[in-house]
Design a protein around this ligand. Structure first.
Ligand SMILES: Cc1cc2nc3c(=O)[nH]c(=O)nc-3n(C[C@H](O)[C@H](O)[C@H](O)COP(=O)(O)OP(=O)(O)OC[C@H]3O[C@@H](n4cnc5c(N)ncnc54)[C@H](O)[C@@H]3O)c2cc1C
Length: 591
């Protein structure tokens, strides 16, 4: 049974209507035409595109894989290139970018909803436009006018695609260890030499050119991250008329065989004196990367959400059809959806997804405000909020993606473990998301060491105060929401204790407590979002505004999350508060 993809448009619409403020974004001058009706229509159309054009490729891509041919070219699975052409023709990739370069000038929030739908339909497919967006953000922020004029229109239209080349065999989490060399070659060009590994869509047959953004070290560069520069290295050199010409000296020397995302070509790229162009200032490459990192990490959190959502909907459908065992009181075999334990698995998935979607979209909206609001104080406040929550969305979101995909497989029983069902692919595909774009361990360290100290702890204090205000509002709203307010209040208090402890702890103890802290922060941020959704759904129920079954399910799912999942936050507190001693006491050779 290979379930079709049914886009969760109603759930997305609920978040767009109730959790973020679309009319508020439409008041910002760049987004003036982003009327809520237009946005909702676009999202619906994206859902149709994802379901009809991309989703049918997901299983094929998993079976066939991308392959490297004897002549060194790379071929994606059947249907990928044609679907990508349709993606480009429909203009999906251009949605959030400036009209000046052919973009749609719509909020990044809208692009986030579209990205969710495309990643749900095929994570492998979505990575190509996803990486391209990263390259665009980087060039918009740091490219000189020549580079922007040459590359942005083609990247924004999607005619050309982009890659991010950071990783090398000895430079993974420690990007500062990059050894690829860049030597000035006159006429504003450089020659790039070295090997990059794990480069997503580093070569493929879906576009006329590939624009590699490559981190490399210029002569005399200081050691570490402060000595890294960023270069544009096109697969084909761009002629004076703007079209791709001679091949550059960059080759895909092999493709990795992987656990999942088989259709996405993961390349070892060899740069052999390839022509490159400096982006931004020499030695400032990491600074440039940081400007696109929030967007890229949000996108990966959304990938966790997207795969979870697809896996869950398939599991729910299976549970409605599969008959096994008799539910209490039944005389005939029951659909397994009638068993309380299966209900628990499904509701856990549904709650995780709804919490995560609301959080990810809230962060996307905050990015838009931080970039476009005319009020500098509001921009700064939202910027802080984004910086604080990005590691949570990426880390907690992708951990949830894997857990939900695993639960979705479990709902299928033995059939889930059999490839034909498709449940196994979701789990295999999801598993990369906690690893790339900074492992989740690195996200946790970023949260604790770099983000908690923002404004002397003021940013996290403000966040905790906002969450507490939501808990209070839930309690005031309706007696049926009282337990949501209570449990969220208790969890905020625990997170406050954990925050105070880590802020005062030694660096070693803070590093030791980082991952359980990130998990706590994710659970509490999820509770915040579920409380807001419960209040909104309750109001609409009382006003008779909307489908009562859909809205009642929102309230129950939020209560389930807050009463039965959120208390796990307290369970992580002991690990946050524990010193590193025991972790370090066991000798490395007996671990
Ligand atoms: C399918 C796939 C696609 C990818 N796509 C791209 C791409 O397009 N472009 C690109 O540049 N890279 C890409 N990557 C690389 C990816 O970003 C790295 O694999 C990732 O950053 C981790 O680096 P590493 O593999 O060297 O692991 P390591 O850095 O060796 O980490 C191993 C483990 O040690 C932990 N660790 C490492 N350092 C620390 C520390 N200081 N403190 C605590 N824990 C630590 C990590 O959390 C991890 O659990 C891709 C990887 C894969 C598998």
């Amino acid at each position: 049974m290979m379930s079709d993809f049914a886009p969760p448009i109603d759930d997305i619409r609920f978040v767009l209507d109730e959790i973020v403020d679309l009319p508020g974004l439409a008041k910002l001058s760049r987004f003036g035409h982003a009327e809520p009706d237009l946005v909702q229509a676009l999202v619906e159309e994206a859902g149709r595109f994802a379901a009809e054009v991309v989703a049918p490729l997901n299983a094929v891509g998993d079976r066939v894989h991308s392959r490297r041919n004897p002549d060194g070219t790379v071929t994606t699975p059947p249907g990928f290139a044609a679907a990508y052409r349709q993606y480009v023709d429909a203009g999906w990739g251009s949605v959030p970018f400036p009209a000046e370069y052919g973009g749609g000038d719509l909020p990044g929030l809208v692009a986030t909803a579209i990205a969710e739908l495309v990643a749900s339909s095929s994570l492998s497919f979505s990575l190509c436009p996803g990486l391209t967006q990263g390259a665009i953000h980087l060039l918009l922020a740091h490219g000189d006018p020549d580079l922007q004029a040459t590359y942005l229109p083609k990247l924004i239209s999607g005619e050309w695609t982009g890659t991010m080349n950071l990783t090398e065999p000895d430079a993974g989490s420690d990007v500062g260890a990059v050894r690829t060399k860049a030597v000035p070659a006159g006429n504003r060009t450089w020659r790039i030499t070295g090997q990059k590994i794990f480069i997503t869509y580093g070569d493929h047959d879906m576009a006329a050119n590939i624009v590699h953004l490559v981190l490399a070290r210029a002569p005399g560069a200081p050691a570490g991250t402060r000595g890294i520069s960023c270069f544009v290295v096109p697969k084909r050199l761009v002629g004076p008329d703007g079209s791709p010409g001679e091949p550059n000296a960059v080759k895909c020397v092999s493709l990795e065989q992987k656990l999942g995302i088989h259709a996405s070509p993961t390349c070892v790229l060899d740069f052999d004196g390839a022509v490159g162009y400096l982006v931004g200032e020499e030695h400032q490459g990491m600074r440039a990367m940081f400007t696109m990192m929030n967007n890229a990490r949000l996108l990966v959190g959304v990938q966790g959400l997207a795969v979870a959502s697809r896996a869950y909907r398939q599991a729910a459908e299976y549970a409605r059809q599969r008959r096994q065992g008799k539910a209490v009181g039944a005389t005939e075999p029951s659909p397994i959806v009638e068993h309380p334990d299966v209900r628990r698995m499904l509701l856990t998935q549904k709650a995780s997804i709804e919490a995560l979607r609301a959080l990810a979209y809230t962060v996307a909206e905050a990015i838009d405000i931080s970039e476009e609001d005319p009020d500098p104080d509001r921009r700064a406040a939202q910027r802080e909020r984004v910086d604080l929550l990005i590691p949570v969305v990426k880390g907690w979101g992708t951990d949830m993606g894997v857990e939900v995909a695993s639960l979705a497989l479990q709902v299928h029983g033995g059939a889930g473990y059999i490839e034909e069902t498709g449940a196994a692919q979701h789990l295999r595909d999801a598993r990369i998301t906690p690893i790339y774009e900074g492992t989740n361990g690195i996200q946790a360290i970023d949260l604790v060491l770099r983000k908690l100290p923002i404004r002397g702890g003021g940013a996290v204090d403000d966040l905790l105060a906002d969450i507490q205000a939501t808990a209070n509002a839930a309690e005031r709203e309706h007696p049926s929401l009282a337990s949501i307010g209570d449990t969220l209040t208790a969890a905020v208090a625990d997170l406050r204790t954990a925050t105070a402890h880590l802020t005062a702890a030694s660096t070693t103890d803070a590093l030791a407590g980082a991952t359980p802290f990130l998990r706590m922060a994710g659970l509490v941020a999820g509770g915040w979002m579920m409380s807001r959704q419960a209040v909104a759904a309750r109001r609409r129920l009382d006003a008779g505004d909307g489908d009562p079954a859909f809205l009642a399910a929102k309230v129950v799912t939020a209560r389930f999350y807050c009463e039965q999942m959120l208390p796990a936050a307290r369970g992580h507190l002991a690990a946050v508060l524990a010193p590193a001693d025991d972790l370090l006491a066991v000798a490395a050779d007996v671990l």
